[in-house]
Design a protein around this ligand. Structure first.
Ligand code: ADP
Length: 587
């Protein structure tokens, strides 16, 4: 863009030229008036002298050369050059020169004027003296007709000289006036120019976003008023912007802290906004999403199609989509259409909820119900079967009847065990928020565990060794801890060979209370280790049942650990044995 010239450059020269023209016109006018006045005075004087000469000549009856000479002698003392010219233009007499050497004057403009009957005036270079001369010629009227001309002349070289002097005298004050005007104009312009520049610079800073800047403009009232208005405007603008920024930050904070993923797309399905939860869902934390198409960015055709449907139907919609990862991720999407801004541009708001855990829980619940039914079905079927047999008629052999009753009793016991374990689990789940804990002596708890498991151990000729390190007092729920240890030791005995050793190592230090139950039994296949604490999970279902297991023992241990804020883990090598570690933190 062409740079515009500043105010100073635009106004200043014009101003100076105007002043210069005014001064010039003034001096020309002054000069003219002066000259005109001087000329008029000279003319009148000459006319008066010539008229006197003409009157004197007219009074003599016959104007001859002698008469003319006399009149000239009479008037010669006045100091003006006088010429008497006959009607034919011949010079009859002359004060300053010899008339015989002079040319015919008939064609001189002033003479021609006088011969016509009125005074003639002319200014020119005299052919006789060579000076610039003013001539006034007057007719000599005798007996009603022009009989000759009397011409008076004077050099006006001096007049021109005076006029030149006047002009020179005017130049100095005009120059001073011009200088003074130039100086004052410069001062005035500077007084306006400086605050205007300050305001212009401030306006530029505002445009660049620096709204904290304030203008300190001094100068004419109009300009300080503009500065004050601009300051007020900047203040208001920065307050408005701060308000908008706060709102936006708040909105961003809300969006960022949301668990739900939020994506906003436009009518072309280009991403306009995406919160961090959504970015995490699609594994795009560090990828720029602005303006990218939804399908390109998230690479999920179901979500893209869903957004398309909302755009088309312009109604609220809901759908579950699946992201195929190592483990499938289920996402429930809610889509709403809204319009934004003055242009009422179409936007689709997609809210994404990760419902994978819910789905998993649903699966767990379904499996659990199926498992419970299945577990209960076997003993119930057995009991019903034998009751039915007995009802059909008691067997002859009383030992047979006793066997039947024994079987019924075993299955009823099993039912009882399963129900008791389920109740324990259910109680633990509902008490997870808080269980009662008391100071209790660990050695006594371990002794009771040993007593409980003694029979079972001795049946397999298994030795149980116990070792306690650290403080023997701990804050735990005594009964639950005892149950957890009994379950672990029970399992260790159940899944170990005859004559082996089971160890209970207890460590009670500052951070935590840890129990390790070690056996050298069959161990657990590596693939089953992650599922070992699930309800009803068993490596070998039939064998577990044979050994009187419910498949709930480890699930109960896990829940007891969780109720104490702790955890249970396992290290196992198939064929070599297992170590279960129950860790309860001190807090
Ligand atoms: P169960 O009543 O069947 O013992 P648990 O929940 O106590 O149920 O254990 C689940 C499964 O974990 C068992 O069926 C068994 O396969 C395996 N298991 C538990 N403890 C041990 C152990 N000490 N050694 C080998 N396998 C074990």
């Amino acid at each position: 863009m062409k740079r515009r010239r500043s105010l100073l450059y635009q106004v200043y020269p014009a101003y100076l030229v105007a002043i210069l023209i005014a001064l010039l016109m003034l001096s020309v006018a002054a000069d003219r008036v002066f000259r005109d006045t001087l000329y008029a005075e000279k003319e009148q004087e000459l006319q008066r002298i010539a008229s006197i000469g003409a009157t004197a000549l007219a009074l003599s009856s016959v104007p001859g050369e002698g008469e003319a000479e006399r009149v000239l002698q009479l008037l010669g003392g006045i100091g003006k050059r006088l010429t008497i010219i006959a009607i034919d233009g011949r010079v009859v007499a002359e004060t300053d020169h010899d008339p015989s050497g002079m040319t015919n004057h008939r064609d001189r403009p002033e003479v021609r004027g006088a011969l016509a009957g009125a005074p003639g005036i002319a200014v020119r270079q005299s052919s006789t003296t060579g000076e610039k001369t003013l001539y006034v010629a007057v007719p000599v009227v005798h007996a009603g007709s022009v009989s000759g001309v009397v011409r008076a002349a004077t050099s006006i070289e001096r007049l021109d000289h005076i006029s030149r002097e006047i002009r020179t005298a005017l130049v100095v004050p005009a120059g001073i006036i011009l200088l003074a005007a130039a100086l004052m104009t410069a001062i005035i312009i500077a007084r306006v120019h400086r605050p205007l520049t300050t305001i212009r610079d401030a306006a530029l800073r505002y445009a660049q976003g620096d709204l904290a800047h304030r203008i300190e403009a001094r100068g004419p009232e109009e300009i300080t008023a503009v500065a004050a208005t601009l300051n007020g405007m900047a203040e208001q603008l920065s307050a408005t912007i701060a308000g908008i920024r706060d709102q936006r930050n708040e909105l961003e904070a809300v969006l960022a802290s949301m668990v739900e993923g939020v994506i906003v797309v436009d009518a072309e399905r280009r991403i306009r906004a995406m919160n961090s939860a959504a970015q995490r869902l699609f594994g795009k934390e560090d990828v720029d999403f602005q303006g990218r198409s939804l399908i390109d960015h998230v690479r999920n055709t179901d979500l893209d199609r869903f957004a398309g449907e909302v755009l088309e139907t312009e109604t609220y919609a809901e759908q579950t989509i699946t992201l195929y990862r190592a483990a499938p991720v289920y996402i429930q999407v809610h889509g709403t259409l809204f319009r934004q801004g003055e242009e009422r541009e179409t936007r689709v708001l997609l809210v994404l909820n990760d419902i994978t855990r819910l789905k998993q829980l649903e699966v767990v619940r379904r499996d659990f119900v199926a498992n419970v039914s299945h577990e209960l079905k076997t003993p119930v079927t057995a009991i019903l079967g034998f009751v039915e047999t007995l009802r059909d008629g008691l067997p002859e052999d009383p030992r047979q009847a006793a066997r039947f009753l024994e079987i019924i009793s075993v299955h009823a016991n099993r039912l009882n065990l399963i129900i008791e374990d389920l109740l324990t689990l259910s109680r633990l789940e509902s008490a997870e928020a808080g269980i009662e804990v008391n100071e209790c002596p660990l050695d006594m708890v371990i002794n009771r565990v040993l007593e409980t498991c003694a029979d079972q151990a001795s049946q397999k000729n298994i030795r149980i060794r116990s070792h306690l390190e650290g403080d023997s007092i701990a804050r735990v729920n005594e009964n639950l801890l005892e149950q957890a240890l009994v379950n672990l030791v029970n399992n260790a005995i159940k899944y170990s060979g005859e004559g082996s050793t089971v160890e209970i190592i207890t460590r009670n230090d500052r951070d935590a209370l840890t129990f390790e139950v070690r056996d050298t039994g069959q161990g657990i296949p590596a693939g089953d280790v992650p599922r070992i604490f699930e309800r009803f999970f068993r490596v070998d279902r039939a064998r577990s049942r044979e050994l009187g297991g419910t498949g709930l023992g480890l699930a109960i241990v896990k829940h007891i650990a969780m109720a104490h804020g702790g955890e249970v883990t396992v290290e196992s090598t198939e064929g070599l044995g297992s170590t279960f570690r129950l860790r309860l933190p001190r807090t």
